[in-house]
Design a protein. Structure first.
Length: 357
């Protein structure tokens, strides 16, 4: 397969990010985009025209599937539409990459994961944060035993509020799954990846204290959390903390990750793009820059990770290998977010066995 022909369903912000990154790959050819929103289709056309790439636009995904010869499809539609969009795609043998979260409810995520297990093509969940170069450097150091056995993991994301989306769908938890599903599935995925363990208990304290309180949509007030602390205890004894604040534009770094083992500590900072390695005995601390090409930084909002994710997706397609980020990974990330949202609502820890996984 010299060239992989792509279709993209959904040409909002993430759909365009996929389009920008795929055009950086000589082996990728985005031939069609489907989106029911005319302005979003126009955005896709403008992006393609600037690169001199012909692109066929469709209002309906089924029309694109019926008329185009495709190898792979990217699903970048609003969260609550993933389950329905994927139903039609599971009728094909196309290779699929679906944006996070896999689905917005545990039932939909479970059903989708079951269908994905029987799907003939590669099925990949878009957890871009795994592929940020500072994160991959950090993971490499951890796997080499640089800090010994991981005991604690702390992830901080201090950032701006959610951006506006078409139809304001992301202002309501019924569409997003809730902030701890929609935004934080990335971080729950990283927790499982770094610890190599499965969660045992999730406890969260969170609120909507600053953002969107004065907004009204058909008289309805948005109900999405804008700050949280989430603690996760893992079956193997590791513990992890998420510190989320979505009214923290004054931060120097949007993401900070700290991994502490029995022999030392790893830290990474994004967008500063540095990794710090600290040893306990003898005490020694070194900081390394992890460079990212400007072309990748300019092709989206995820520090070059979308490009590297597509490289690995293509390797899986060409090599006939399973996805590195499986439907099961997507299911478990959603489940951890659901547990955190439930913990906030009920004011108690949620055990993994309660979720039936």
């Amino acid at each position: 397969m010299n060239e992989i022909r792509y279709g993209i369903i959904g040409s909002g912000m993430m759909g365009i990010e996929h389009l920008l990154n795929l055009r950086l790959l000589e082996t990728a050819n985005v031939v069609a985009v489907a989106d029911p929103h005319e302005a979003s289709r126009g955005w896709a056309k403008l992006t393609a025209d600037e690169a001199g790439n012909p692109l066929t636009l469709y209002a309906e995904a089924r029309d694109m599937l019926a008329h185009e010869s495709l190898d792979a499809v990217i699903v970048a539609t609003p969260n609550h539409t993933h389950a329905q969009v994927l139903e039609a795609l599971f009728e094909t043998d196309l290779h699929l990459l679906v944006e996070k979260p896999l689905c917005t409810t545990l039932d939909d995520a479970r059903r989708t994961a079951e269908a994905a297990a029987a799907h003939r093509g590669v099925f990949w969940v878009g957890m871009e944060y795994r592929y940020m170069p500072p994160v991959t450097r950090m993971l490499d150091e951890l796997r080499q035993g640089t800090v010994g056995e991981l005991r604690m993991l702390a992830i901080r994301e201090h950032r701006m509020p959610f951006l506006p989306k078409v139809g304001d769908w992301n202002r309501f938890a019924r569409n997003t799954g809730g902030t701890l599903v929609e935004k934080c599935c990335h971080f729950f995925d990283l927790m499982r990846l770094f610890t190599g363990q499965e969660p045992a208990r999730v406890y969260a304290s969170a609120g909507q204290d600053v953002n969107h309180l004065h907004e009204r949509y058909d008289g309805e007030i948005p109900d999405i959390l804008d700050n949280a602390f989430v603690t996760v205890d893992f079956e193997g004894g590791a513990r992890a903390l998420l510190d989320l604040c979505m009214f923290a534009e004054g931060s120097q770094n949007q993401e900070e990750i700290a991994v502490t083992g029995d022999q030392g500590k790893l830290e990474c900072f994004i967008p500063e793009s540095t990794v710090r390695i600290g040893q306990r005995n003898p005490r020694q601390v070194e900081t390394f820059e992890v460079p990212v090409d400007d072309a990748l930084l300019n092709a989206g909002f995820h520090h070059g990770s979308t490009y590297y994710q597509h490289l690995r997706f293509q390797e899986a397609i060409r090599g006939g290998r399973p996805a590195e980020v499986s439907a099961r990974d997507g299911l478990f990330a959603v489940a951890m977010g659901v547990a955190a949202e439930r913990s906030v609502a009920e004011g108690r820890p949620i055990t993994w066995r309660e979720l039936g996984l």
